[in-house]
Design a protein around this ligand. Sequence first.
Ligand SMILES: Cc1cc2nc3c(=O)[nH]c(=O)nc-3n(C[C@H](O)[C@H](O)[C@H](O)COP(=O)(O)OP(=O)(O)OC[C@H]3O[C@@H](n4cnc5c(N)ncnc54)[C@H](O)[C@@H]3O)c2cc1C
Length: 356
Amino acid sequence: MGTPTLTCISTNVALHKLNTFNVKAFATSFIQIDSLQQLKSNYPEIAACSERFVLGGGSNLLFISDYSGLVIYPQLKGIQVIAEDSRQVTLRVAASEVWHEFVCYCLDKGYFGLENLALIPGTVGAAPVQNIGAYGVEVESFITLVECFDLNRGEMVSLSHDDCQFAYRDSLIKRAGQGHYLVTSVEFVLAKNPELVLTYKPLKEYFANQSSVTPQQVFDRVCQIRAEKLPDPKLLANAGSFFKNPLVTEQHYLRLKKSFPELVAYPVVTDAKSEYKVAAGWLIETAGFKGKVVGKVGVHKHQALVLVNYTDDDGSNILALAQTIMQAVKQMFDIELKAEVRVLGQLVEKTKNSGL
Ligand SMILES: Cc1cc2nc3c(=O)[nH]c(=O)nc-3n(C[C@H](O)[C@H](O)[C@H](O)COP(=O)(O)OP(=O)(O)OC[C@H]3O[C@@H](n4cnc5c(N)ncnc54)[C@H](O)[C@@H]3O)c2cc1C
């Protein structure tokens, strides 16, 4: 008689507390992964589910209905120093470490570079997926390797920095589709001598008259600006910037600048093309949505890029507001906004080609 298979998959699991938009949704199937060994031993059951999704801290997601597939919830912890010399350190960090706690750990140990990325919600495992960035720094600059479990093939795979094909809030892992790669750990190379990035205007201006600046001061200032500007999801449910800053051609930018002299945009040179990155927050504010409240959801009063959920249980109302904003921005500026937040649930098929 064979050993009975022990299943760790639960059914009909509430996701309410696992997403920072705080919307109500249930996962048809759910598995928490506490070790690589458990992941491998449960692989046959995981592989049997064709619709899968890897959930981190739920801070960049919107559930617009129940999720009919398998939610895989890794809880892999640990930070290891794997190489070190007088100039730099290489750390291997398990996917479910909390990002901000990892930034604090590095600062405390004298490993520098991540100060500008302080207070970004979520997990270390999601950082390369999203290529998180803030205040002039993107996480890809510090990542040398991402270890993943390939859920389609049932084996571990190591992705080098180049393999990850990082782009603005994007990577190969994100593009590969939901439930293909599960990030198990990320390797970071950090400097032992501070290499501060103060190019972002509010940091540049703040430290302009200081002859020397420490990483701790940059960290403190970043935390202070973020606390002033962004709603804390624990107090007001949100998922950070709902939309990406769109890129437009130089001609488009010049046309817009003529009609809207106050347009906020920055030149970006990509593949020898000259493009402009337009501040999506400015577009939304100019279209009249800043601070707008629609039922129990709305647009944040200080930061138009952030959609907020006051008390709604239903994520599709946030989606409806996002779509109204997208239509208005398209009409006014001929720009198609794309969501940074990942939208999950049964209406996804309908919204697949609409930037959401
Ligand atoms: C108030 C607020 C401020 C924010 N500010 C910023 C900011 O300044 N800059 C920025 O870049 N982002 C920002 N964000 C967005 C968010 O914090 C990041 O996108 C973060 O990396 C999401 O991490 P998470 O663990 O919550 O991922 P989740 O929201 O759970 O998932 C996001 C995506 O990553 C995938 N994923 C998560 N973990 C894994 C894993 N282990 N393996 C494979 N895929 C995985 C998911 O499948 C999903 O596609 C903000 C969010 C909030 C709420």
